[in-house]
Design a protein around this ligand. Sequence first.
Ligand SMILES: NC(=O)c1ccc[n+]([C@@H]2O[C@H](COP(=O)([O-])OP(=O)(O)OC[C@H]3O[C@@H](n4cnc5c(N)ncnc54)[C@H](O)[C@@H]3O)[C@@H](O)[C@H]2O)c1
Length: 339
Amino acid sequence: MRNILITGGAGFIGSNFIPYILDRYSDIRVINIDALTYAGDLNNLKDIEEGSRYSFIRGNICNRELLEFIFKSYDIDGVIHFAAESHVDNSIASPEIFIETNVNGTFTLLDVAYRYWMESPFKYRARYLGVDGKLPRFHHISTDEVYGSLGDDGYFTEETPYAPNSPYSASKASSDMLVRGYNRTYGLNSVITNCSNNYGPKQHHEKLIPTIIKRALSWEQIPIYGDGKNVRDWLYVEDHCRGIDLVFHRGRGGESYNIGGDNEKRNIDIALTICDILDELRPISYSYRELISFVEDRAGHDRRYAIDYSKLRRELGWVPKESFRSGILKSVKWYLERY
Ligand SMILES: NC(=O)c1ccc[n+]([C@@H]2O[C@H](COP(=O)([O-])OP(=O)(O)OC[C@H]3O[C@@H](n4cnc5c(N)ncnc54)[C@H](O)[C@@H]3O)[C@@H](O)[C@H]2O)c1
């Protein structure tokens, strides 16, 4: 068995990834460490039974002793690191916890992983720089927000200089740099993926798409920042899981890979699309569009993100499969049941 430590597995992307990876590989055992902050929800994992292939540990990635204990007890072969404070608005109101978890937590995890793998029995005694897809491997999940903001055209590539604009993106950029530093200095076999905005089932209702659906269903105003023309690329979470799987298993050590959905949308168009779907699926006496209301813009709001994932396509043959139309329809149906 390969023992893979997944951090933040009770959150949105992690809880989609765990069933995906367990279904796909019968020789993988997942150890999920999650602090269960407001964003973590064990209901997201209720279909997975604890047993020989899955264990849950409630704990904080800043806790070095706990991490050392987990690495030793489970003889961890690989890490896929999702745990983070992930909401930009919260980072504007209270940045400290973003530095604590995203920067210090990532540092602690990296350091414990590196020391365990370098000091444990001979199978791990080597420098892993550039060894493609070999365990032990540290996979860091990051964001396209580290690249800053784009104008009307252009795309972020892996060579785009980092220019984060919010405490959230600055903390993710810092953690990416630590991962890079551990690779270049110590030869830790790391990979980083920088993805665009994810959507799909199990996302916390603070995020844009669940907010729109939740507000609409309770006939509350649907708040849209500024003029609604900020553009994001939208990646269906299952496509993201496939991308992570490929990079974790076959990506080149020390490299970063962008993962995008080929779905650039303005925020206002997302809201309009969801309202139209709800008009069809859950009709009321007026159109849900009437609930949309523009609110004061977010401070430092990046105008446009767009991602060039051609490296991932060229090297590992990954392309997104889900169209926005089908992905958003599946998502709305999922939230209709939940809310
Ligand atoms: N959701 C997106 O659109 C998106 C886009 C790009 C990158 N990312 C990145 O992907 C990763 C996962 O994002 P998500 O949307 O699933 O986030 P999420 O907020 O839904 O989940 C984060 C999880 O991490 C856990 N956690 C938080 N602090 C912790 C700590 N100190 N120790 C242990 N666990 C802790 C939470 O309890 C939660 O279960 C994050 O690193 C995020 O930066 C997300």
